[in-house]
Design a protein. Structure first.
Length: 185
């Protein structure tokens, strides 16, 4: 029991010394020593008083309290510059010119054809031959697999036109488009 309490006393003393060393390090590195910041502010205020008089001195005292390197002479030079002339009022909205109108004797162009619907999500998975040379195709969409023959209708909208070893031709009966599906390798 005596050993652990002795150890705790030494550890507390060591930690206290480390804290004191850290505080001293922080004070010396930050540059805030007694009178250091005040002396810098006073020297900046004296420099401004010699340049601008009592009104400038109060401004300098106020600004030097925050940053002793403030240079009011540069600010004064910038404020004395004339403002650039603007060609227009930047706060005034200018409307865009209206597009030119067509003469009345010109007939308008024909309206563009409506865009084609996207192709259906069909894939020809493979082709097989039954006995007697009858070909059948295996077609899949996102939900089902169909085994079809030439002339058959499937998925309530597609009719098989032709089955060959390289592709399957299908007619979409809703859009009347012929779709050629290559056989997937």
């Amino acid at each position: 029991m005596k050993t652990s309490s002795q150890f705790e006393k030494w550890a507390a003393g060591f930690l206290g010394l480390v804290c004191v060393a850290l505080i001293l390090n922080m004070v010396f590195r930050s540059g805030t020593r007694a009178g250091g910041a005040r002396a810098t502010a006073q020297s900046a205020a004296a420099a401004v008083r010699s340049r601008g008089g009592p009104a400038a001195a109060t401004k300098a005292d106020e600004l030097a309290r925050y940053d002793p390197q403030v240079r009011l002479d540069l600010l004064k030079e910038i404020q004395e510059r004339p403002l650039p002339k603007l060609a227009r009022d930047p706060f005034q909205f200018v409307a865009q010119a209206a597009p030119p109108t067509q003469p009345k004797d010109v007939t308008p162009a024909a309206p563009a054809a409506p865009p084609r619907p996207p192709p259906p999500p069909l894939k020809a998975v493979g082709v097989t031959q039954k006995g007697g040379g009858v070909s059948e195709a295996i077609i899949s969409d996102d939900q089902e697999i169909y085994i079809v023959h030439e002339g058959e209708t499937f998925a309530k909208r597609f009719r098989v036109l032709k089955i060959s070893p390289s592709h399957v031709e299908i007619d979409d009966e809703t859009t009347h488009n012929t779709i050629r599906l290559p056989i997937a390798p």
